[in-house]
Design a protein around this ligand. Structure first.
Ligand SMILES: C[S@@+](CC[C@H](N)C(=O)[O-])C[C@H]1O[C@@H](n2cnc3c(N)ncnc32)[C@H](O)[C@@H]1O
Length: 231
């Protein structure tokens, strides 16, 4: 992958960034997403935020190699601290991190949000707690997608702050829009997860050492939910 050829995952994320956006890509690593979008003239400006030094340097290098220093500001910062009000950011992408990590970045960084930004989120697992945070903070989910690249399934969640919104436990777990559309890719993801959860449950119940009952119950509850979905 490079800024000329994005992975399918980042290509699908790129498709959700509104034309002409002022983008903040947080956890940008090599800054492939903002650089690819800028090279296509798809966005007007970007901030690439990165907390860790090595990926921060990689982002600086990609931006420099593409001579985009005047359009993309690379900043070493924790989460949304990379964003200033004067950036007038209109879209924030947080991709390739666990859903809980993305949730924590959003929660800790609320002071940096105007509430007008489109959030384009691509969690690697932990979608349920992320959707819970979106609901609790009045973000409506406008678009969801499941895709498979190599052996992995990925979800993309796009949300905007529109006012109070209520999602059921099933909608938070599976995704309100994914649940409605029940695409073949969505069903394939949950068929695989069902097999994985069943394996986990049999390992837990067969374990020699005591396993917290709460954990067993949680996995059993997930199996019930997924079985009902696929019935
Ligand atoms: C797996 S990479 C994903 C890179 C890119 N967003 C993508 O989807 O291909 C996750 C990056 O997020 C960065 N990261 C994790 N927590 C962060 C935080 N609190 N603030 C900024 N960056 C963070 C990591 O250092 C890492 O470079």
């Amino acid at each position: 992958m490079n800024p000329h050829t994005l992975s399918l995952r980042l290509e699908r994320v790129a498709a959700q960034v509104p034309a002409g956006a002022r983008l903040a890509d947080i956890g940008s690593d090599h800054a492939y997403l903002p650089v690819a979008l800028m090279r296509r003239d798809a966005i007007s400006t970007a901030v690439a935020g990165e907390v860790a030094l090595t990926p921060f340097h990689a982002a600086q290098r990609t931006v420099r190699d593409n001579q985009l220093q005047s359009q993309i500001s690379v900043r070493q910062a924790n989460g949304l601290a990379a964003i200033n009000a004067s950036d007038k950011i209109t879209a924030i992408s947080l991709c390739g991190m666990g859903g809980e990590t993305i949730r924590d970045i959003l929660d800790r960084g609320q002071a940096h949000l105007s509430g007008q930004e489109r959030l384009i989120l691509q969690p690697n697992g932990g979608e349920q707690p992320l959707r819970q945070w979106l609901m609790e903070n009045h973000y409506r989910i406008l678009f969801e997608e499941v895709l498979r690249e190599n052996r992995f399934f990925y979800e993309i969640i796009v949300a905007e702050r529109t006012g109070p919104v209520t999602y059921s436990a099933e909608e938070l777990y599976f995704g309100p829009l994914l649940l409605q559309s029940r695409s073949p890719m969505f069903l394939a993801k949950w068929q695989r997860l069902l097999r994985e959860r069943q394996k986990t449950l049999s390992q837990l119940t067969g374990a020699r050492q005591a396993v917290p009952e709460q954990k067993v119950q949680d996995v059993a509850r997930q199996i019930r939910l997924i079985t009902e979905l696929l019935a």
